[in-house]
Design a protein around this ligand. Structure first.
Ligand SMILES: Cc1cc2nc3c(=O)[nH]c(=O)nc-3n(C[C@H](O)[C@H](O)[C@H](O)COP(=O)(O)OP(=O)(O)OC[C@H]3O[C@@H](n4cnc5c(N)ncnc54)[C@H](O)[C@@H]3O)c2cc1C
Length: 391
């Protein structure tokens, strides 16, 4: 029997979903190997909770518990993809061969964003950063001034978590308007909540440099802080670029509508580390990574069984934000990711957000139990129930 060798790079939401779905779908006709330098799955959407002191067991999960037992785990870091030879070089100088490769190396902390940031700012976009932030907060005296730089959902969630779970005095500095991508009502609700919980919100405060005692804005204002946390755009690994594959300006692997790399069809992209230029509404999110991982598996399964190659389609439903543990905000979206006027907030928002956060890891586990269990809304798929979308 011809066995297709599938290698998945990255054990995040996209990689685990792809690996579980493939192992279940293809059975003995494929060998599935997942390569990741960590032996654990990091539930990244909860890293702000870890940074603010949550127990590590709520965020970090051993890989064997997340994976179909048929998936082989290789604890290794891929350092280069030799596409012409269908081989991956690993950091320990060994290589692994593949017939089909899923590139799902995700994203992490932004490096060298402004002078001093790499040296003086902490980040919570990756496990090490979140652990470091937690340790530094524990070292500081009660009431330490924490400056969170960033104006998006990650910055807001982190600020809210720090404000409610620690004694820190939090200031959030947004480059333009806080939460510019959500509806005015959602923006106002987040701002009111933050202010009520003692967070100082600074709009139009583009940070130009970071130092030991805080940061300087590009219009010359000094923002003093005991700790500075960078919570801006995520950066992706340079692996695709280093391997000579076609990438966009930020290093994301460029894929076509079936999620195959435009440089080499034996490589598929899924999650934060890839970009599908034909569908600009797609953003870096767990909500994108899970369906792309599942889709990549479906494309490979179709190749192995000789079926037609499906095209990727995803419609968004909402953007959820926690505001501490008791409150939350759910911004309903058009499928192409524009905010609707409807917003859930307070306890109901928190309940929906927590359910969605559980659903993310639960989706990976569902694929482990039954391949094909994970389904998602398509861009032009069946209508979302009316009561969910009216104003
Ligand atoms: C605090 C926080 C809150 C968030 N909240 C939300 C939210 O509410 N909703 C939402 O949709 N999104 C949220 N996100 C974004 C979400 O976490 C990411 O979009 C998602 O993790 C992307 O999934 P992924 O599978 O592409 O990559 P990741 O989850 O980043 O996983 C990538 C994996 O690849 C591995 N890897 C990296 N380099 C290599 C290599 N060279 N070789 C082998 N393996 C490698 C890494 O170790 C990692 O395990 C949040 C992010 C953060 C930080």
């Amino acid at each position: 029997m011809n066995v297709t060798r599938v290698v998945v790079l990255g054990a995040g939401y996209a990689g685990l979903t792809a690996a579980n779905r493939l192992a279940g779908r293809l059975g003995e006709t494929a060998s599935v190997t997942i390569v990741d330098p960590r032996g654990v799955f990091v539930d990244r959407i909860r890293l702000h909770e870890l940074a603010a002191g949550a127990d590590e067991s709520t965020v970090v999960h051993p890989l064997p518990r997340m994976l179909n037992p048929r998936v082989r785990v290789l604890h290794a870091q891929a350092t280069r993809i030799r596409a012409a030879e269908r081989q991956i070089e690993l950091a320990d100088a060994t290589t692994v061969a593949y017939d089909e490769l899923v590139y799902a190396v995700g994203s992490g902390e932004t490096v060298n964003s402004v002078p001093g940031a790499a040296e003086f700012a902490l980040q919570a976009a990756g496990l090490d950063g979140a652990r470091a932030l937690r340790a530094r907060l524990a070292d500081r005296a009660p009431g330490a001034a924490v400056l969170v730089i960033g104006g998006g959902a990650t910055a807001v969630e982190l600020s809210a978590e720090l404000a409610t779970q620690t004694t820190a005095a939090v200031t959030i500095a947004a480059g333009s308007e806080l939460l510019a991508g959500v509806s005015p009502a959602a923006r106002q609700r987040a701002r009111t909540w933050l202010t009520r919980h003692g967070v100082t919100v600074l709009d139009d405060s583009r940070v130009a440099s970071v130092d030991q005692g805080g940061a300087l804005t590009d219009d010359g204002r000094r923002l003093d802080a005991d700790l500075v946390v960078w919570a801006g755009t995520f950066a992706v690994p340079t692996l695709a670029r280093d391997s000579g594959l076609e990438v966009d300006g930020t290093g994301r692997l460029i894929v076509d509508a079936s999620l195959r790399s435009v440089s080499d069809p034996s490589i598929l992209g899924a999650g934060d580390a890839c970009v599908l230029p034909e569908q600009p509404h797609l953003r870096m999110a767990c909500a994108t990574a899970l369906p792309q991982g599942a889709h990549a598996a479906d494309v490979i399964a179709a190749s192995v069984t000789g079926g037609p190659q499906p095209q990727f389609s995803l419609g968004y439903v909402f953007l959820c934000m926690s505001l501490g543990r008791r409150d939350g905000l759910v911004q309903f979206l058009t499928r192409d990711d524009r905010p609707r006027r409807i917003v859930l907030r307070s306890g109901l928002g928190a309940l929906v957000k927590e359910s969605i956060s559980r659903f993310a890891r639960g989706s990976v586990l569902a694929e482990r139990r039954r391949a094909g269990a994970y389904r998602w809304l398509k861009l032009g798929g069946p209508a979302v129930r009316r009561e969910l979308v009216h104003d």
